[in-house]
Design a protein around this ligand. Structure first.
Ligand code: CO8
Length: 257
């Protein structure tokens, strides 16, 4: 039995963290299952991935506190490294990943959403980094990605106070791109994924790479990375197809690679 389900619908893959009785909390087994699913995604046939949590109540309520409680310092370090390795795989997946945040996104759950490219929330979503209240530091990238996503001041406030952030506030501070009623969340995420999947995959993948690599460097290096990614699209069938179609005032043929 796996705690992580995967469904493919056309070019869109949906990952569901399915440990509902523990509000989809991440223990070692869930992390292993999540990694196995991510490793199995075919970039040839997948143009966008959605990650969500099973049920109506929770995206992911954090790392498993029961598993963490009696860890030694070395074990905690290994657990943090394990989570970080899996989340980096998500972040580095060549195709865009959308977090469909359908409820609690606390601690490791908020961090999981931050490793995705885009966060879309349901009205009942609740974000937070409760670690300081549990007498630990966030361990799955929260101190790094939250500050990069919503800015240092707001990230520090969330991490120092452990205050929860509701969906409307998450939208206001740029933690999520949009908020929908719960029963519309997946349809809206699929719509967004469909828009991404309709564009040339080679260009979308190169765009993701340019943004993510560029964010880690200075602007001079960043624009060089962009120039390289830009150039890499030329000569591809999709580029010829799209630009010729524009010049001939018609729609391009469906993109292929
Ligand atoms: N870990 C383990 N079990 C959990 C977790 C969790 N994070 N969250 C919920 N559960 C379990 C509960 O124990 C409960 O189980 P049971 O039915 O067996 O008692 C079940 O899920 C349902 O939960 P509640 O009854 O508490 O449901 P409520 O609706 O009353 O409350 C809350 C929901 C508010 C989400 C509440 O469950 C809660 O506060 N959960 C903990 C949230 C939290 O603090 N998350 C952060 C954890 S720390 C973290 O993520 C650090 C990441 C990096 C770690 C790396 C370092 C080694």
């Amino acid at each position: 039995m796996s705690y992580v389900k995967y469904e493919q619908n056309g070019f869109i893959g949906t990952i569901t963290i399915d440990r509902e009785k523990a509000l989809n909390a991440l223990n070692s087994e869930v992390l292993n299952d999540l990694e196995a699913v991510i490793d199995s995604i075919s970039i040839e046939t997948t143009r966008c991935v959605i990650i969500t949590g099973a049920g109506q109540k929770s995206f992911v309520a954090g790392a498993d506190i029961g598993e963490m409680c009696n860890k030694t310092r070395a074990e905690a370090q290994a657990f943090s490294a394990r989570g970080n390795a899996v989340f980096r795989k998500i972040e580095k997946l060549p195709v865009p990943v959308i977090a469909a945040v359908n409820g609690f996104a606390l601690g490791g759950g908020c961090e999981l959403s931050l490793s995705c490219d885009i966060r879309i929330a349901s009205e009942n979503a609740l974000f937070g980094q409760p670690e300081a209240g549990l007498a630990i530091v966030a361990g799955f990238g929260g101190t790094q990605r939250l500050a990069r996503t919503i800015g240092v001041g707001k990230a520090k406030e969330m991490l120092y106070t452990c205050s929860k952030v509701k969906a409307d506030e998450a939208l206001r501070i740029g933690l999520v791109n949009a908020v929908y009623p719960s029963d519309q969340l997946m349809a809206e995420c699929e719509k967004l994924a469909g828009k991404i999947a309709a564009n040339a995959p080679i260009a979308v993948r190169a765009t993701k790479k340019a943004i993510n690599l560029g964010l880690q460097t200075d602007i001079e290096t960043g624009v060089q990375i962009e120039a390289e990614m830009h150039a890499s699209c030329f000569g591809t069938e999709d580029q010829k197809n799209a630009m010729t179609a524009f010049l001939e005032k018609r729609k391009p043929e469906p993109f292929i690679n």
